[in-house]
Design a protein around this ligand. Structure first.
Ligand SMILES: Nc1ncnc2c1ncn2[C@@H]1O[C@H](COP(=O)(O)OP(=O)(O)OP(=O)(O)O)[C@@H](O)[C@H]1O
Ligand SMILES: [Mg+2]
Length: 430
């Protein structure tokens, strides 16, 4: 019988606390941030490093569900009466061009479990309590099971002000706080979580907007790709006083945590899969601190087990996965990103490999992934790569990824936009 790889490994955001591995320091900071009455929470880090998964755990804790924190040995940090919230979770997209549009999206989001609109009281709408995790102690949130006959917009309690989205949003939030947060659920506040915040095109003024909307009853958490808060909120000076607590930089995982993803998976498989000693650390090493890669490799190992009708992940299975990776067969999504970047040029392919393999000069954590073109130039010339400067533009062109982003303040320096793709290129054969 074949084994369902998803039981132990997933490429998806981790919502279930029992699947969430490591990150003790960040969980600690989550507890502190959630329990401080005002303040903005910001989560940032590289692509695929585990931001959204952390955010979903933050959401759990905001609902009063602290099993993860207890398992991480942080029980002593949980206040006897933790601050509890109702939550809104919204993932931004690049069609949102500015702060006002963001508010408008929030006011119209019909997601029945995560949207703001679900909480706005109106006649006819049916809202029930539900829990986001299997834990018995799980904190309840609210979801809509029936939007009512009058349609989703009609709200008796929150006035829509034509052409004034800031005011409308304010009215919505006020109604939610009065009727649902305090009234129905007796919670302390509303937590509005905004993921993929980095993709909003024009972030001018968003900081001061968030500041003006933040009160002891309403807290925001923003999350996205970036090196620090200023990558997410350009006018960060306006939120400076809000961020004493709640700065959550998500860095690559230490090897021990990557290994723990395998251990956790093997527990989740409940004995249906075994891992030969030593394999976990090899997979962790392949992942280079990126849990996404560990999950992908793990998943692929299970697929290989199914092909072989065995249940032991050993070196042989792992090597087969790595061989498939080398020839572009194992990970279709990464492979197509790779192919798109190189186009049909074998010179560009070689150049990309040289760049991916370049040792990073300063191994400072925020510079992981940076490469300097001139350091590769000589080697490239020795290998007879022609016209380097004509090969580069495609690699930084949005239409083809981009794989690389040039660092404006340092000429000739580039950063791999997706560190997982960089690692993939390193492991892939030319
Ligand atoms: N703490 C964790 N334990 C186990 N797996 C994790 C953990 N964090 C992240 N992952 C895995 O890593 C992958 C990426 O996670 P996630 O989507 O949370 O990252 P992200 O930083 O939000 O990515 P993106 O930049 O693409 O939005 C997923 O496969 C997820 O299952
Ligand atoms: Mg994410």
């Amino acid at each position: 019988m074949s084994i369902d790889a998803e039981i132990g490994f997933t490429a998806d955001v981790i919502r279930d606390p029992s699947r969430f591995v490591g990150r003790t320091e960040l969980i600690r900071n989550c507890i502190l941030a959630i329990n401080s009455p005002t303040g903005l929470i910001s989560v940032f880090g590289k692509r695929g490093v585990g931001k959204s998964s952390l955010l979903r755990q933050l959401q759990q804790m905001a609902l009063g569900e602290y099993t993860l924190a207890r398992h991480a040995g942080l029980g002593n940090l949980i206040p006897s009466k933790p601050r509890t919230y109702l939550t809104v979770y919204y993932a931004c997209d690049s069609m949102i061009s500015n702060g006002k549009e963001l508010l408008s999206r929030l006011c119209n989001d019909q997601n029945p479990e995560d949207g703001l609109l679900r909480l706005v009281p109106n006649d006819g709408k049916e809202i029930v309590e539900f829990t986001r995790s299997k834990e018995v102690s799980a904190g309840a949130d609210l979801k809509v099971i029936n939007w009512g006959a009058k349609g989703v917009e009609s709200s008796k309690y929150a006035r829509i002000v034509p052409d004034d989205i800031v005011q409308t949003f304010g009215n919505f939030v006020e109604a939610v706080v009065a009727h649902q947060v305090k009234g129905r659920m007796k919670r302390d506040a509303l937590l509005i979580i905004l993921d993929e915040f980095d993709v909003i095109e024009n972030k001018d003024g968003i900081g001061s907007l968030i500041k003006s909307l933040t009160t002891p009853d309403v807290k925001f958490a923003v999350c996205g790709i970036g090196r620090d808060l200023s990558d997410l909120i350009h006018d960060h000076a306006s939120v400076e006083r809000l961020i004493e607590q709640g700065v959550l930089p998500v860095r690559p995982m230490p090897a021990s945590e990557s290994e723990a993803i395998i251990t956790t998976a093997s527990e989740l498989f409940k004995g249906a899969v075994r891992f030969e000693p030593g394999v976990a650390s090899k997979i962790a090493d392949i992942g280079q601190g990126y849990p996404y890669f560990v999950q992908l490799v793990g998943k692929q190992c299970i697929n290989e087990l199914n092909a072989r009708c065995t249940d032991l992940v050993d070196d042989d299975v792992l090597n087969k996965v790595l061989d498939d990776l080398k020839t572009g067969k194992a990970f279709p999504a990464l492979e197509s990103a790779y192919q798109l970047a190189i186009g049909s040029s074998s010179d560009r392919q070689l150049l990309l490999h040289l760049l991916a393999e370049q040792e990073t000069e300063q191994p400072r954590s925020d510079e992981i992934g940076r490469v300097v073109l001139k350091n590769t130039r000589q080697l490239a010339e020795e290998l007879d790569i022609q016209y380097i400067d004509q090969l580069m533009p495609r690699l930084v062109d949005k239409r083809y990824g981009p794989v690389l982003e040039s660092i404006p303040e340092r000429r000739g320096t580039y950063e791999f936009v997706n560190p997982v793709l960089r690692q993939y290129i390193r492991l892939r054969a030319l």
